[in-house]
Design a protein around this ligand. Structure first.
Ligand SMILES: [Zn+2]
Length: 111
């Protein structure tokens, strides 16, 4: 085994370690940066399942997303087939509901 083999092998190990740490950051939600997050990526997911950076996007960035008051699934604010507001519907005390929760609680449109 030559010195250069050892050297190359060590370099490969270092690269491996870097990959692992980036993966760790991605798992922890530190990557990607908020400019790489898209609203469509968050729709139909639950607030509790978001990474910290996605949560930051949801709460602090300008977006058209909203969450169900009951199950906290994320929907597009303007998608009235998927998302019901208390100004248009009787939501039994909730502010906004996804269509699933809307059916479950027996929500009704105001007439
Ligand atoms: Zn819901």
């Amino acid at each position: 085994m030559s010195d250069s083999f050892m050297h190359n092998h060590q370099a490969a190990l270092d690269t491996q370690r870097e990959d692992n740490s980036i993966q760790g950051l991605q798992d922890a939600g530190i990557y990607p940066d908020p400019s790489e997050i898209y609203e469509d990526d968050l729709i139909d997911r639950y607030v509790k399942d978001l990474t910290p950076i996605e949560l930051d996007f949801l709460e602090n960035e300008d977006n058209e997303l909203n969450t169900c008051s009951k199950c906290e699934i994320i929907k597009n604010t303007w998608d009235t087939d998927e998302f019901k507001w208390d100004c248009d519907h009787d939501l039994k005390g909730y502010t906004a509901l996804c269509c699933d929760c809307y059916e479950k609680i027996g929500g009704e449109p105001y007439v």
